[in-house]
Design a protein. Structure first.
Length: 309
């Protein structure tokens, strides 16, 4: 009887405690898909895993649950999906949680859930042409449904927000423009959303927006499917007036400023209301952006959810 009880307890805890890392995919950055924390996590944060059928191994993520999550078991909560930058993993953006937590316990914000996925070290949140790194598929079709069935979320567009820095900002922008029916709010810090699609390229698909020809392949349709500009045009009617968008980049971030500014100008040309900030004398530094603007992007998400209802 005791052995049966231990088995049942293990099965119950499995979604958040298993670290059965299977053989990783063959990606150029050698992603480790489950990264067990080596030091205590911030208050309210748990490291979990889910099984990715598209890649055939477990993938890690961190999730923050607000203090009120356990107080009223009938309550459902909105979710911010925060995508990490290049070379990162599910442990990369944990500092964002601490600010969110204090805003909630101080009564300045309503309670949120924050999910920090592992999107692959160099995936730019896209699927590789060889099918070995399925970053977009695993987040949209595997992680988000897993979160909605495992936790008490508001499993609708008005309950989901996207956030990202650098590679994560590029990925968040692409996913928001590609799946506007899933998200009501987007905040992109220093994303560098470069044009990739056939309408804008000048005969070469060897490199663009961080992607390589080896990663996305020769099919121009695959490049279109990962181009935020193309996707913005394609889904304009579902984005314009229906999604709250904020872009930000430092003026001393030459690798990302021109592309971020270009996307801002495209939004302006198409009449898409959004916020755009160039931070003077700031380089490619997430810490500085967090200290200056965390309160504003959190408030943006709250407003977006109310307006989306």
């Amino acid at each position: 009887m005791r052995q049966l009880l231990l088995v049942l307890i293990f099965i119950h805890l499995a979604p958040c405690t298993l670290y059965a890392q299977k053989k990783p995919g063959n990606d150029p950055w050698k992603t480790v898909w489950v990264n067990k924390p080596e030091k205590p996590l911030p208050i309210g944060v748990t490291h979990c895993t889910y099984s990715s059928q598209s890649m055939n191994y477990d993938v890690g993520y961190c999730i923050y649950l607000p203090p009120s999550y356990e107080m009223d078991r009938s309550d459902r909560f909105p979710v911010i999906y925060y995508l990490h930058g290049g070379g990162g993993d599910e442990l990369k953006v944990l500092p964002e949680v601490e600010f969110l937590h204090h805003q909630i316990i101080d009564g300045k914000l309503p309670p949120f859930i924050m999910v920090m996925p592992n999107g692959g070290r160099g995936s730019y949140f896209a699927d590789s042409v060889d099918g070995k790194v399925m970053s977009e598929t695993t987040i949209i079709k595997e992680l988000i449904p897993h979160i909605d069935t495992t936790f008490r979320t508001i499993a609708e567009r008005q309950g989901r927000c996207l956030q990202g820095f650098s590679m994560g900002a590029l990925g968040a922008t692409k996913l928001a423009c590609k799946y506007p029916e899933m998200f009501c709010s987007l905040t992109a810090y220093a994303g560098g959303m470069k044009r990739l699609g056939k309408k804008f390229r000048e005969g070469s698909i060897s490199q663009g927006g961080g992607y390589s020809k080896k990663y996305l392949g020769d099919n121009v349709e695959n490049w279109d499917a990962n181009d935020s500009f193309e996707l913005l045009h394609k889904n304009l009617d579902r984005i314009k007036g229906r999604m709250t968008i904020k872009l930000m980049c430092g003026t001393e971030d030459p690798d990302h400023l021109a592309a971020t500014r270009d996307f801002h100008l495209e939004l302006t040309k198409l009449g898409v209301e959004h916020s755009y900030i160039e931070v003077p004398e700031m380089g490619h530094t997430p810490d500085a952006m967090r200290k200056l603007h965390s309160a504003t992007w959190l408030t943006q998400h709250v407003v977006a959810m109310k307006e989306a209802k």
